[in-house]
Every structure is written in C-alpha cells, then in structure tokens.
Ligand binder design. Structure first.
Ligand code: AMP
Length: 114
C-alpha cells in the first residue's frame, strides 16, 4: 500500500519543519500557513480521517489532542488563544487523506469559517 504524504514527512523521507515528535505523533509547520503559527499534528500510523476512526484509535486520538495543546503552548499561543481544526471529507475541506489537526494562532480567528 502506498504511503501518504504525511507518512513520508513523519519518516523523514520528505523534509518538513518539525516542531514536536514522539513515538505516536509528529507536528510540523504547514507549507502554506494560514496564520502566523500554523502547525499540523498527525498520528504516525495513518487514520484516513476522523470519520474513519474506530474505538481502537481512542488512545492515539487522546494523545494527539493533548500534544496539540502542548505544541500550541510551546509555540507561545496559550495567552492569545488558538484554534484547532480537523477537516473531514470534501465539504470539510480535507485535501490530505491522513488525519491531521491544524493548530492555528497568532492572529484573531473569525467565526463562522468560510
Ligand atoms: P487539509 O486541507 O485539512 O487536508 O490540510 C492539508 C494541509 O497540508 C494544508 O494546509 C497544506 O498546506 C498542508 N501541506 C500539504 N503539503 C505539505 C507539506 N509537504 N508540508 C507541510 N504541509 C503540507
């Protein structure tokens, strides 16, 4: 089975600006940032999207969110606040079929999203 783009980043085959990694997740700067801080955090073992997650993914998903908050903190976003985004499917704006959580901060965010 072919590897996803984010698997190749996680394994170091494709260069990225990694800000955090452990045995379960990798966080790296988005190549097309939509905010002064825009980091993606992904599980090393791909889940295509949140809609495809199963009960066995509970621990990985919890870890992903806890580490997203930790990365936001280390990127200096705690005081000003930030947004976490998971795009799912066509209408959700998903373009890479490997679950990832966007960490966006450094400017005010509008609501609702476009
Ligand atoms: P989504 O639209 O939610 O699937 O988000 C995919 C994100 O991956 C987009 O924000 C892209 O800018 C980002 N992206 C695509 N290729 C790369 C790459 N090689 N390194 C870092 N970010 C990437």
């Amino acid at each position: 089975m072919s590897e996803t783009l984010f698997e190749r980043i996680a394994s170091g085959q494709i260069a990225a600006s990694v800000v955090y990694e452990d045995e379960v997740v990798v966080a790296f700067r988005d190549i097309n940032p939509q905010a002064p801080v825009h980091v993606l955090i992904v599980p090393r073992d791909p889940i295509p999207r949140i809609a495809a997650a199963v009960e066995e993914d509970r621990e990985v998903l919890g870890h992903l969110l806890l580490k997203a908050a930790q990365v936001a903190r280390t990127c200096g976003l705690d005081e000003g606040g930030y947004r976490l985004v998971i795009n799912n499917g066509r209408n959700g704006g998903e373009t890479v079929p490997h679950l990832h959580c966007h960490i966006l901060g450094g400017r005010p965010m509008s609501w609702p999203p476009g």
